[in-house]
Design a binder for this molecule. Structure first.
Ligand SMILES: [Zn+2]
Length: 98
């Protein structure tokens, strides 16, 4: 799966989830590309060029839930991929312990 096709999927998602106006100040929002970042387990996870609504008044960034979920999935997948170097795991069963 290429980054391009993923971003097209996100663009579809965000069109369906248009908030219309800023949830914080009621200002006008416009679609812009943002970077999602999360720091977990000492690693920085980054998704670049994610379409999101940005408020033109207060700068509030609004990313639709499905895209956040995708980002979280990506983090989980990356974590599992790192763990899978020892053991090949399939089926999505949760048996890891921290
Ligand atoms: Zn605002």
């Amino acid at each position: 799966m290429t980054q391009q096709s993923k971003n097209e999927k996100y663009a579809e998602l965000i069109k369906e989830s248009n908030p219309g106006q800023c949830q914080a100040c009621g200002g006008m929002v416009s679609m812009e590309k943002v970077n999602l970042e999360d720091f977990q387990d000492g690693k920085l996870f980054l998704m670049e060029g994610i379409p999101a609504y940005v408020c033109q008044e207060c700068g509030e960034v609004w990313v639709p839930e499905p895209i956040i979920k995708e980002f979280e999935n990506m983090i989980e997948t990356t974590k599992k991929h790192h763990q899978a170097t020892k053991k090949n795991k399939k089926g999505g069963n949760k048996n890891e312990k921290k």
